[in-house]
Ligand binder design. Structure first.
Ligand SMILES: NC(=O)c1ccc[n+]([C@@H]2O[C@H](COP(=O)([O-])OP(=O)(O)OC[C@H]3O[C@@H](n4cnc5c(N)ncnc54)[C@H](OP(=O)(O)O)[C@@H]3O)[C@@H](O)[C@H]2O)c1
Length: 273
């Protein structure tokens, strides 16, 4: 097992935490008994326990982190200082802290813990719910390449992982963190476009989503530049070039460039608090 020597505490096993737990168990990265998960409400914990038999669930963050070798901080950023106040004394200085918290720096986490802890910051996205996440990871000043390797392997259970320096995390947030929403809008618009041309909505929706999925897979699997793949499907005087000309006249590229820039700026603003 990839993480056989780890005991992991996931604090705040909501959407992201739960997806991570699911990926780790399904991929046989570690045994359910090596995972502890917390939430605030006992009722929601029951479904977690039912979905992942063998993991230890509870509302007690201190019990969850005691003797854990790795702690995943997966609550909303707004409550993290309360959670850290709660667990600080139960965390030893060799515990690896993995954060999925948007906009919280590794320095501020180290400061909040009051110890020179290894911290790895991550920015996943929701396609990790279907094991196709895009996660960027950045290490804090006390994290070693080994720590980074462990976290990379963890998130590979739910998709692809890229390492970036921490100052680029706002750009990652603007691109792949918020990116699924841009793609959903694209798929919705493509679906409406098909309906306008007379296709039944469910047929149009499936064709649109599969086209996005398939095109993305072709880019990833072939490693070809998207411009080459675009040229390969663009017959002189054909249908595709007519549509491309229309998209260009409405500034598709600059619209996306500016959208990601705006989201990146907003991420920087939110990080300042
Ligand atoms: N969703 C995304 O697209 C995305 C992408 C990248 C990063 N993130 C980051 O991932 C984190 C989690 O997001 P999410 O979408 O998974 O949120 P979520 O579904 O609301 O999960 C947060 C969980 O934290 C639990 N919680 C709250 N206070 C707690 C406490 N004191 N102790 C233990 N657990 C507590 C909540 O439990 P109850 O439900 O029982 O209250 C909830 O299950 C956020 O920090 C966010 O910035 C999210």
């Amino acid at each position: 097992m990839v993480l056989s020597n780890q005991t992991i505490a996931v604090l705040g096993a909501g959407n992201i935490g739960r997806a991570l737990i699911g990926g780790l168990i399904k991929g046989d990265y570690l045994a359910p008994e090596q995972i502890r998960a917390t939430r605030r409400h006992a009722a929601t914990l029951k479904s977690l326990e039912a979905d992942f038999p063998g993991i230890l669930v509870g509302t007690d963050n201190i019990a969850a982190v005691r003797d854990a070798s790795l702690i995943v901080l997966a609550t909303k950023p707004q409550v993290i200082s309360t959670v850290i106040d709660e667990i600080r004394d139960a965390v030893s200085d060799d515990t690896l802290i993995v954060s999925v918290l948007a906009g919280i720096t590794t320095d501020s986490l180290q400061e909040a813990f009051g110890q020179e802890l290894p911290v790895v910051r991550t920015m996943p996205n929701t396609p990790m719910l279907v094991d196709e996440g895009a996660t960027a990871i950045a290490r804090g000043k006390f994290a070693t390449p080994h720590h980074l390797h462990v976290v990379k392997r963890m998130f590979e259970a739910v998709g692809k992982v890229e390492e970036v320096p921490e100052y680029l995390m706002d750009a990652v947030t603007g691109l792949s963190g918020s990116g699924p929403a841009y793609v959903y809008m694209f798929i919705e618009a493509m679906t409406d476009a098909g309906v306008k041309q007379g296709l039944p909505r469910h047929t149009a929706a499936r064709l649109a989503a599969q086209t996005v999925y398939g095109a993305a897979k072709l880019v990833l699997d072939t490693g070809k530049h998207p411009a080459i793949l675009k040229d390969e499907v663009t017959t002189p005087g054909g249908t595709t070039i007519s549509a491309i000309a229309e998209l260009e006249s409405h500034g598709l590229r600059i619209m996306l460039i500016n959208a990601v820039a705006t989201a990146t700026e907003r991420s920087k603003e939110l990080s300042k608090g």
